[in-house]
Design a protein around this ligand. Structure first.
Ligand SMILES: *Cc1c(COP(=O)(O)O)cnc(C)c1O
Length: 369
């Protein structure tokens, strides 16, 4: 029996990539924003419908640069603990203090209703996550940010190519970060980008990307190295050509899951809102052990015993990470805690076949007592 992993990267036909490599061999430009970088940046900007886009070596450094570019110099950032490690690590890594807000049970994104009581005189920004590509309550978040003069950053790592309420998803808030990691719906092997509209910010994030330098021999501030190489950009150019096919394949797998799991008591899957054009990045289910008859951990084990590797995304909550112990106060977020103890991401990728989904659903149905 062949194993089914939670994800499998989308790869373009190798000949297409080799064609791109030939250009690189001719130009001998391997990195530092060469022609492949510029082409991909243009293409991503138009796909995201953003005024400005800058590309980086990965999503995590993109997020850190977004935070640094705002000159927040200490203070608190209101965020969600129900996310990948990167979101919270970026905040702490920038010398900021995360303040954890609970999530909405339906979208699993930050609960805008619960933000206000967490605001203090030290609050600088809200860092929210469009988790699994489900959009945050962008209108309510913006209203709060406007009222208190806070910056809004979206971790849109899961939301590449989506639009919400007729607007490209990266156009909400001050800055949005997208990840192009191998496991994401669009990949450059490793990579990421920031999308924003503020004038002057492009130069700042590019300088932060390149050792804090605006130009030769001039170092204006302490930066990092987060450049995207020409090889990574070339991969992005190829994968972007096929993005619509990849999303269509994911959509098919998603539909098959919905049909196969329909009426299964104790299993709830995500509901995309009407106003969203989704990218079908993930297929998380929340398992209510009382109704279903097995716990999430049991289900994960039974699936693994059948060669199906689902993942407990996102568990544990980032707020409970060992590395933060004793560093700052941790707010209790009971809904996030409830979900993180019961959520399981089932395999989802472009190329996951209907037969694969049928097999997964059959094992899952067998877990009920
Ligand atoms: C993948 C991911 C990131 C980080 O992206 P990398 O490109 O892997 O650095 C950040 N936030 C979330 C929610 C992610 O899933």
């Amino acid at each position: 029996m062949k194993s089914i992993f939670v994800t499998s990267p989308s790869l373009p036909p190798i000949d297409e990539y080799v064609e791109e490599l030939k250009d690189i061999w001719r130009s001998k430009l391997l990195t530092n924003q060469g022609p492949k970088y510029k082409q991909l940046e243009d293409e991503v900007r138009s796909l995201l419908g953003a005024k400005h886009v800058a590309l980086f070596s990965n999503g995590h450094l993109s997020l850190q640069i977004a935070l640094r570019s705002m000159g927040l110099d200490g203070g608190e950032v209101i965020t969600t603990p129900f996310t990948f490690a990167s979101t919270t690590q970026a905040i702490v890594g920038c010398g900021l203090t995360p303040v954890f807000c609970d999530i909405e049970p339906r979208t699993m994104t930050i609960d805008a209703e619960k933000i206000r009581p967490l605001i203090s005189k030290n609050t600088r920004a809200i860092l929210a996550v469009h988790v699994y590509g489900l959009p945050c309550n962008v209108a309510a978040i913006q209203a709060i940010a406007d009222e208190y003069g806070l910056k809004v950053i979206y971790d849109a790592a899961h939301a590449f190519g989506e639009s919400y309420m007729g607007r490209p998803i990266g156009t909400f808030g001050d800055i949005s970060m997208f990840s192009f990691h191998a496991t994401k719906s669009f990949n450059t092997v490793e990579g990421g980008c920031l999308a924003f509209s503020e004038e002057g910010l492009y130069e700042r994030v590019c300088a932060l990307r390149q050792f804090g330098s605006y130009g030769p021999y001039a170092y204006s501030f302490v930066g990092t190295n987060a450049k995207m190489s020409e090889f990574h950009a070339a991969m992005g150019i190829c994968n972007l050509r096929h993005l619509n096919e990849y999303i269509a394949q994911r959509k098919e797998a998603f539909g098959e899951y919905m049909r196969r799991l329909e009426g299964l008591d104790g299993i709830s899957s995500i509901q995309y809102p009407e106003a969203l054009v989704p990218n079908y990045s993930y297929f998380p289910v929340v398992i209510d052990e009382k109704k279903f008859g097995s716990t999430r951990d049991d289900v994960a084990k039974i699936l693994a015993d059948s060669g199906i590797y689902a993942r407990k995304y996102f568990y544990p909550l980032t707020s409970s990470f060992e590395c933060y112990k004793g560093k700052f106060d941790v707010q209790d977020t009971p809904i996030a805690r409830y979900i993180s103890e019961r959520v399981l991401c089932l395999p989802m990728y472009a190329g996951l076949s209907q037969a694969n989904v049928e097999e997964i659903a059959t094992v899952l149905r067998g877990c009920t007592r």
